[in-house]
Ligand binder design. Sequence first.
Ligand code: FES
Length: 255
Amino acid sequence: MSHPTNEISDATYAELEQIAARYPEARSGLLPMLHLVQSAQGRITPEGIEACADILGISAADVSGVATFYTMYKRKPVGDYHVGVCTNTLCAVMGGDEIFARLKDHLDVGNDETTADGKVTLEHLECNAACDYAPVVMVNWEFMDNQTPQSAVELVDDLRAGREVTSTRGPRICTWREAERVLAGFPDGRVDEGPAAGPASLVGLGIARERGWSAPSSDEGEPAATGSTADTKTEAVAQADTSRAESETVEEKTE
Ligand code: FES
């Protein structure tokens, strides 16, 4: 087997080929291939780009264009733990900005920088799609919900000390390189650790069930409830307004 450089190992090159072979159009495998490069080399290297281009029969510029477009691909070495603090609007006002400032100070790093011991890379992220648990921190893409500046400091201290850390949703935190291997499509057997959705994410579903609301049938392209879509929407809005008014009344009574 030939490959463009000796810096990508034969084993990694073979796994890159294996990923490309999963797809009818080999080029569709580029995203997981880049995750594998990160797993093997700790970042997107020029050698990794060349290997992907070689296997897919495209130019290095094509690969580089993808690798520089998505923020999950890193051109600088990443530490053992990528700690992402959400500073998007909701998390920011709930304490995300304060958490990020505290961690920068505590770790003595700026945004997208790694601690001197190579353990933690700190980055601010824009919405982790977990707004119902704001403010949210992610470690190697596992959720740490409802954080505070103090809990975030304890989190990074535990990670740097090598103590086992679990996501607030269950799974043990692995290293960034291990997580990148999973993103490349090589499961680590931990997929069933922890719940798929927490209570805060299911509140809306509970309300819908309580009130008998359901989504339109996808088979028929018609709303499941009787009446037109407009009527159904109007009814849902009216019910939501009633619900809001009821909860405001309850709040007033409890104040
Ligand atoms: S705003 Fe932070 S997870 Fe959405």
